[in-house]
Design a protein around this ligand. Structure first.
Ligand SMILES: Cc1ncc(C[n+]2csc(CCOP(=O)(O)OP(=O)(O)O)c2C)c(N)n1
Length: 627
């Protein structure tokens, strides 16, 4: 497609001056660019296709150079990036040194806030609006939040504050009836009710016809109301019952999120209100690309795909799918097993469990904290809840894990997916902090299995042989080694350390998790250089089986550890302490991540960037040993 607008400088004035036809053309260009880029680089497709008109309308009413626009999660900000000076670099989306898949203040002065995790936009925008008021500035502040993100509790903490403080700001609720999967819960039902009871607010309706339809206005009153020229302004001032109104916001909508004129009028009207306004916009996820419209969940976050057919890459198996299969197996023999997801049913593979055991599956929405405390409630009632949440998203349930599960020593199992590097989503999504935060939790047992079989053993052990809280962390993607035959002989073997290579006593390296592969190769590299050491792998990392590890280490004082996680508070530090308690005199030198701000690139590149690839590991060990 030849672009008439994209590629040229687009300012607020350019957008304001555009005709309706020009804006339609611009939307087509944005969709074309997004489709071509995402089909090549992967990314969040469906949400972005649904937000094209919304973004063009937004930037036709608000000046991105002076107003502040905060996207929730930020996965839907591609059109915004393209319209705010990043067209030329957009081909680098989610690539090393390229454009991030999320707003980044380090990337553009027009990105108001870094995002990636859900339900933060109203809080962040409110802080920005309060700062504006304190400084006596006049710019607008807008938060754009999806109906999925609105299931997160943080959003209500913000609305509670906002409805009371009456800070001037605008919330645009982008309602497409979808989270990643179909949106769930009472709120989603409530929004449907709002949609149906009111119908679209459209510029095509005349004020008079609208008022007559309502029926209860006398002729005199209609005359007065008609004196207010702008229909939208009238509607905005008309108090419409909704929970948002009850909480102190002006509610306005719903507006057709693909009708540019209606969107612009609605945003212009909202601008005039001196107190907080929520504009309810209805959009279609995947809009304009048939495969994504038909299967928005499959195209929410997608790898490279064939644009003509929509065919995405075939999965080669993953830790996630192994976990999903094991859950179904285990639950078919144990009717106390419950599976819990926080709006990530597909992502965690729990759709298989849901199909098989619908009454024992709960999707709580984007509500990690609630999911964990609810699991605590199930556990004290005799069930065995397995809460499957991505590592970085579980960070926000830190307190609930401790207070509502660990302190009571409750048998809650945390299946922590996406531990370690996640690749192109970048630093907000890495699971690099989990060992560190889990290490601080009393009573918590922690496993970091190295491959698929190990994962199944650890999960089985967690269900059958542990009575308190257990965390099992496993990474995104495929296992580097698929062992033939049984990995262990007995269930209890997964809590023991294992000798992987034993070439001599020059050094010993203790690995945990998938990164076992790099340690493996490093030990081979070193052997070729005449440096002969040992490699011990351990899946149980809390409590660390220190005595057994020391026995395997044997006669060397040059001990290293390696983990796919942050060094501070991580496995290596804990290993050193536990080995010392077990009688070892000396230190453990940890290989791990020093700075978790690791940007988008492939997981392999991220390993190398952090010095955790086998070449770097072998070089560092060689230098250390002075050989
Ligand atoms: C705390 C947290 N939990 C889970 C996610 C994963 N996640 C990213 S987008 C999304 C769905 C958001 O739905 P919605 O806000 O309606 O936006 P849409 O994609 O439908 O436009 C989820 C669950 C996240 N980013 N942050």
């Amino acid at each position: 497609m030849e672009y008439k607008f994209l590629g040229k400088e687009i300012t607020f004035e350019t957008l304001q001056a555009m005709s309706s036809e020009d804006r339609v053309q611009l939307c087509a260009e944005l969709r074309d660019k997004i489709l071509n880029t995402v089909s090549h680089n992967g990314g969040h497709l469906a949400s972005n296709l649904g937000a094209v008109e919304l973004t063009v309308a937004l930037l036709s009413v608000f000046d991105y150079k002076t107003d502040k626009i905060v996207f929730d999660v930020g996965h839907q900000s591609y059109s915004y990036k393209l319209l705010t000076g990043r067209f030329d670099r957009f081909n680098t989306l989610r690539q090393r040194d390229g454009i991030s898949g999320f707003p980044r203040i380090s990337e553009s002065p027009y990105d108001a806030f870094d995002t990636g995790h859900s339900s933060t936009s109203i809080s962040a925008a409110m802080g920005i609006a309060r700062a504006r008021d304190l400084e006596g500035k006049k710019n607008e502040v807008v938060a754009i939040i999806g109906d999925g993100a609105l299931t997160g509790g943080l959003a209500y903490e913000a609305i509670n504050d906002l409805g009371h403080a009456k800070t001037k700001m605008i919330i645009i609720l982008n309602d497409n009836e979808m989270s990643i999967d179909k949106n769930v819960g009472g709120l989603s039902k409530y929004l449907s009710k709002l949609r149906i009871s009111t119908g679209y607010i459209s510029a095509k309706q005349t004020t008079e016809s609208f008022l007559r339809k309502l029926g209860f206005f006398g002729r005199g009153l209609i005359k007065i109301i008609l004196a207010i020229k702008d229909f939208f302004r009238f509607l905005l001032y008309r108090k419409k019952p909704s929970m948002f109104e009850d909480l102190g916001l002006n509610y306005y909508g719903p507006v057709d999120g693909h009708n540019m004129d209606d969107l612009i009028k609605a945003f212009e009207a909202a601008k005039e209100i001196r107190s907080p306004v929520l504009i309810h916009v209805l959009t279609k996820k995947g809009k304009g690309y048939e495969p994504a419209e038909q299967n928005p969940s499959d195209y929410h976050g997608v790898g490279p795909f064939d644009l003509a057919t929509g065919v995405t890459g075939t999965g080669k198996g993953s830790y996630t799918s192994v976990f999903a299969g094991a859950m179904v197996d285990i639950a078919s023999h144990n009717n106390k097993i419950i599976a819990i997801s926080a709006a990530m049913t597909l992502g965690t593979g729990l759709d298989r469990f849901q199909m098989k055991f619908p009454s024992r599956f709960f999707d709580c929405g984007i509500a990690e904290e609630h999911s964990v405390t609810m699991a605590g409630g199930l556990a004290v009632s005799g069930f065995i809840p397995v809460v499957a949440i991505y590592s970085s998203f579980l960070q926000r349930a830190y307190d609930e894990m401790i207070t509502d599960c660990c302190f009571m020593n409750s048998h809650v199992i945390f299946a922590i997916d996406r531990s370690g590097f996640v690749g192109n989503d970048g630093h907000t999504h890495h699971g690099l902090l989990d060992i560190s935060y889990l290490n601080s939790m009393i009573n918590m047992t922690v496993f970091s299995p190295r491959d698929y079989k190990d994962l199944v053993w650890c999960l089985t052990y967690a269900v059958d042989s542990i009575k308190g809280p257990v965390a099992i962390r496993y990474p995104r993607g495929t296992s580097p080694f698929e062992t033939e035959g049984p990995l262990y002989k007995y269930l209890g073997d997964c809590v023991k350390p294992h000798m992987v290579q034993d070439y001599g006593n020059d050094f010993a390296i203790v690995s945990t998790g998938r990164i076992c592969e790099e340690a493996d190769k490093a030990v081979e590299n070193l052997k070729e250089m005449g440096i002969c050491g040992k490699h011990i792998n351990v899946s149980l990392i809390k409590p660390i089986p220190a005595k057994e590890i020391l026995e395997l280490i044997g006669d060397t004082n040059n001990i290293f550890s390696i983990e796919e996680g942050i060094i501070s508070g991580g496995f290596g530090e804990a290993l050193e302490r536990e080995l010392q308690y077990a009688g070892h005199v000396g230190e453990v030198i940890p290989f791990g991540v020093k700075n978790p701000l690791v940007r988008a690139m492939s997981p392999k590149e991220q390993l190398a960037y952090c010095g955790l690839d086998s070449d770097t590991v072998s070089r560092v060990i060689k230098d250390f040993l002075n050989k």
